[in-house]
Design a protein around this ligand. Sequence first.
Ligand code: SAH
Length: 234
Amino acid sequence: MKKTLIIMAMEAEARPVIEKLGLKPVADQQNLNGGFPRYRGGFNDHAIMLSLNGKCPVHQVDRIGTEYAALNTQSAILAFQPSLIINAGTCGAFARDANIADIITSNQPVVYHDHRVALEGFDRFAEGHYPTAYHPEYFAGIPHKLGVVTTGNSLDMPEIDEQRIIANKGMAKEMECAAIASVAALYDIEFLPIKSVTDHIDVEVDNAEQFLQNLQQASQRLSEVLPAVLNNIQ
Ligand code: SAH
């Protein structure tokens, strides 16, 4: 049996996945003030833990971004000892690369587009380059695109970020993946991103507006694809 940890940032993204996989909430978590809502269950040959970044108690919103993704991932690894970590979530993409709700995964290292340190050695460190464990058979029968997942802590895309994304051939722009991949690498655990597109980063309409419009469709797509991938992973 494979122990698979699924890390997700937003409750709205995760809700359909939790339902489709039939996961049940883990009660009474004392770790880190219980800040990471967790769900457990079994699916085919997988024991599954799904762990969310949780809500900010001050602002009552999901704790999107890298800091809570890293804390979430490390504490979930210690609690569950997974052999595979999947980061499922939504992303932005260039219109030429993908349509809304398309699935993007990666056979290339995950990078940061907003960590810029022009000092020898630190420059490469800051960019991330954390490994992914893509196997074509995991996605047999599942339409998907392969590209670089690129992480930063902003939803918008200033020109300097766009330049970095293009230089790194970034396809899926999001806010958690590199942080999760770095913790997975720290513990030498296989890591796989599965992203669904909510917004086009190169069109006039505001990303936040597109995101809210397409969140449900993209999350629905994730909830169809995750069980299919888990079926394919033996
Ligand atoms: N405004 C939204 C918050 C979305 S933040 C709300 O009110 O609910 C974006 C979240 O989706 C992050 O977790 C990130 O990983 C992902 N995401 C989707 N599209 C993105 C984009 N274009 N840039 C960065 N992150 C994006």
